[in-house]
Design a protein around this ligand. Structure first.
Ligand code: PLP
Length: 436
């Protein structure tokens, strides 16, 4: 497969855009470097690059594109927004409708505020927690990524990990010292941290189902104990559901059937993003009414946004949720993901390539290792060079994976049985080549 135009554009991009990309996770640094692919068009589960190569898309733009590219309902919503004016700087009725729908699906959110990205959503939940508790410290889990705000960019998952930047430069030690990082899926670290610093901890922040060092479920009882211990310390529980909300079912982790006792895992605050904007920029945070009342104009904690709740993002989000409410949507994505994972595993086994697959409904991660992956350390222990080799072989066969061993494969409502068959065949040929 030739990607001459992509290579040319990459040369050009580097002269104007730092590193040639507007988000480091789009670069191919973690998979051997070189020019990333420049795309020009997407339709359904496929997209096309500037050299006219076609790919089946499992990146789904790192999660948001759950209905596939250019879904007619979402396109129609965006066109409507464009016709009516994209920004007024005033309140609109659309924002109320999306807030209502988020609250109905995620009942721990009494009140919602829209922002422009997951990063902003997370950042502000921390501000709310600090304002409410009068405490400064945050506990987070190794490998969970919560966006690029200073506080949460410590030991932070997929993007930074693959680039070898566990702690970003430019973050003052005074800020880093307010963050305590403990292992996911293991309660001793959290218990010790709370014993030592509990009375200074404003919040414990977690991806309740992890999407940033592969797809990783919390072990049975982990979230329940996390919530209990955090509350006993007088701190708040913040769920970062930027990936997990509306990914596995119509709702979020906190309403997912895998967790039978939903009262026991109810967070105080939740951060959202990605899917809820239907592919346009968005973030949202919400939670208990008394906590959300800390935010201006009601309370003393300030947070604002020129673009926040803009009609285009909100209407696209409403259209996306409408598609996700159609019967059978998640069951279908799960059935396809299951078949795909079975095919990948059988083929890897046949060619003697160690492969651990973590699948949750229609999303999964592939780890080149022969041990389970339940925490960041185990994910780090998978073979990055083998992943990079596999990534390149799949790319040349027209299958687009996220360019990092830590990132997930996402099914969309647009993937078809034929896509799955083509992907399994491409993987079989790739594993065969790797084994040779
Ligand atoms: N939280 C999680 C769990 C994420 O995966 C991400 C992005 O990948 C973010 C927060 C940050 O969201 P955004 O990139 O929209 O700022």
């Amino acid at each position: 497969m030739q990607r001459i135009r992509s290579a040319q554009l990459y040369e050009e991009a580097q002269q104007h855009i730092v590193g040639g990309v507007n988000s480091p996770s789009r670069s191919f640094k973690a998979v051997g470097g070189g020019a990333p692919v420049f795309m020009k068009k997407g339709q359904g589960a496929r997209f096309w690059d500037v050299d006219d190569n076609q790919y089946i898309d499992y990146l789904a733009a790192f999660g948001p594109i759950i209905t596939g590219h250019a879904h007619p309902k979402i396109t129609e919503a965006i066109v409507r927004a464009a016709h009516d004016g994209t920004l007024y700087g005033t309140a609109t009725e659309h924002e109320i409708r999306l807030a209502e729908q988020l609250k109905a699906a995620i009942p721990s959110m009494d009140k919602v505020r829209f922002v422009n990205s997951g990063t902003e959503a997370v950042m502000t939940t921390i501000r709310v927690a600090r304002a409410f508790t009068g405490r400064n410290k945050i506990i987070k889990f190794a490998g969970c990524y919560h966006g690029h705000a200073d506080l949460v960019l410590v030991a932070a998952g997929s993007g930074p990990s693959t680039l070898g930047i566990p702690d970003s430069a430019g973050i003052p030690p005074s800020i880093a010292s307010e963050v305590i990082t403990v292992p996911f899926n293991e309660l001793d670290g959290l218990r010790l941290a709370l014993e030592r610093w509990g009375d200074q901890v404003a919040a414990v922040m977690v991806e309740p189902i992890v999407g940033n060092f592969g797809m990783v479920m919390p072990k049975p009882g982990f979230l329940e104990a996390l919530c209990k211990m955090t509350r006993e310390a007088g701190a708040l529980v913040i769920y970062d559901e930027v990936i997990s909300a509306f990914r596995f079912h119509y709702g979020s982790s906190q309403t997912f059937s895998a967790f039978p006792d939903q009262d026991a895992i109810r967070p105080d605050l939740t951060a959202l993003g990605k899917i809820i904007g239907g592919g346009l920029p968005i973030g949202a945070y919400g939670g208990r009414a008394d906590l959300m009342a800390m935010i201006a104009p009601l309370g003393p904690a300030y947070q604002a946004g020129t673009m926040a709740g803009n009609p285009a993002s909100v209407l696209a989000g409403l259209a996306c949720l409408e598609v996700l409410r159609e019967p059978g949507v998640y069951t279908r994505m799960e059935a396809m993901a299951t078949r795909l994972c079975e095919g990948l595993q059988a083929s890897a086994d046949k060619h003697g390539i160690p492969l651990t697959i973590n699948r949750i409904v229609g999303a999964f991660s592939t780890h080149f290792c022969d041990h389970p992956v339940t925490n960041y350390e185990e994910a780090q222990g998978s073979d990055g060079e083998q992943f990079a080799h596999f990534f390149r072989l799949m790319l040349d066969r027209g299958i687009y994976l996220a360019p990092s061993k830590y990132e997930a494969w996402f099914l969309t409502t647009a993937h078809t049985d034929a896509d799955i068959e083509e992907t399994v065949a491409a993987a079989d040929a790739s594993f065969q080549e790797m084994a040779a």
